[in-house]
Write a protein that binds this ligand. Structure first.
Ligand SMILES: C[S@@+](CC[C@H](N)C(=O)[O-])C[C@H]1O[C@@H](n2cnc3c(N)ncnc32)[C@H](O)[C@@H]1O
Length: 278
């Protein structure tokens, strides 16, 4: 099988050039700006700066979130034996993308990336290429349409074998009216026992500078295409209903099995956790 599959088809099956409005901030590019990337525009940097004035730890938070991604994928590949990943809300390519972390341990790992941003799609095509022994695929799909995601992903992933579903820093972009709990439940119903769910989420109740996080989320919601819905630890815990939450539980991302003292000391405002389907 080919080591890459790109599915960026319009409804009539024709490949379209991406439609990109750079005059309005977009979460993937704002996040890229905070991470120190180059794939962002003036509107994204302006929104990123306004938010960072309300919550100055935003820069270290996004780095701590990426470190959480790296540690969880590394754990799942090296210790839990997972070889299939469904990464919903991929983001712009950065350091330690999911397939790089997984395939460093297990080159045969198969990764399906899902995002609905055309710039992410364009960069993913160019940069997220698989190790020859494994597979990477990219789906231009909306997280709020899990039926489409599952139907397309099964072209590359074997849903009879365990799959790690990654929803890292995306669920706060799905409002309550779009049934975020329903979409997570639908994805996890489709995967077998021994599969995993990884979530990180903007908090509404973290002690450290909670007011600043709320203010940053509110201002971003007025400046970006997407709205931000911070959630409490209890609300984020509900995403893991029916799963066994691994130690140390749902914690600030820097407290999830930090690899160094420096990682543990990061100033960050994100809940993070990993659950296993029994
Ligand atoms: C904050 S970034 C996180 C990127 C990456 N998961 C990480 O943690 O580094 C959120 C990503 O989710 C994508 N996204 C937001 N809403 C989405 C939706 N409804 N469907 C698919 N992707 C979405 C954005 O385009 C962006 O790339």
């Amino acid at each position: 099988m080919a080591s890459e599959l790109w599915t960026s088809l319009s409804e009539d099956g024709a490949t379209e050039p991406p439609k990109i409005d750079t005059s309005v901030a977009h979460v993937a590019r704002v996040y890229d700006y905070w991470l120190g990337g180059k794939d962002n525009f003036a509107a994204d940097r302006e929104a990123g700066d306004v938010a960072s004035r309300a919550y100055p730890h935003i820069f270290s938070s996004v780095r701590a979130n990426r470190a959480f991604l790296r540690r969880t994928v590394s754990y799942l590949t090296a210790e839990a034996g997972i070889r299939q990943f469904l990464d919903v809300g991929t983001g712009l390519p950065s350091a330690n993308n999911t397939h790089e972390v997984a395939q460093a341990t297990a080159p045969e790992s198969r990764i399906v990336y899902v995002d609905n941003d055309p710039i992410v799609l364009a960069h993913a095509r160019a940069l997220l290429s698989s190790h020859p022994q494994g597979v990477t695929g990219y789906l231009d799909a909306d997280a709020r349409d899990p039926g489409k995601i599952l139907a397309e992903a099964q072209r590359l992933l074997d849903f009879k074998q365990p799959v790690a579903v990654l929803l890292i820093a995306i669920l706060q972009l799905v409002g309550d009216s779009d049934d975020p709990y329903g979409l997570v439940a639908e994805l996890m119903r489709a995967v077998p026992s021994g599969s995993y769910l990884v979530i990180s989420h903007v908090p509404s109740d973290m002690q450290v500078r909670a007011a600043g996080i709320a203010e940053a989320a509110a201002v971003l919601s007025t400046l970006m295409t997407q709205r931000v819905t911070p959630r409490s630890r209890e609300q984020v815990t509900r995403f893991f209903d029916g799963l066994e939450v691994l130690e140390p539980g749902l914690v600030p991302v820097q407290d999830w099995r930090p690899a160094s003292e420096e990682e543990a000391a990061a100033q960050a405002g994100m809940w993070g956790g990993v659950g296993r389907k029994p």
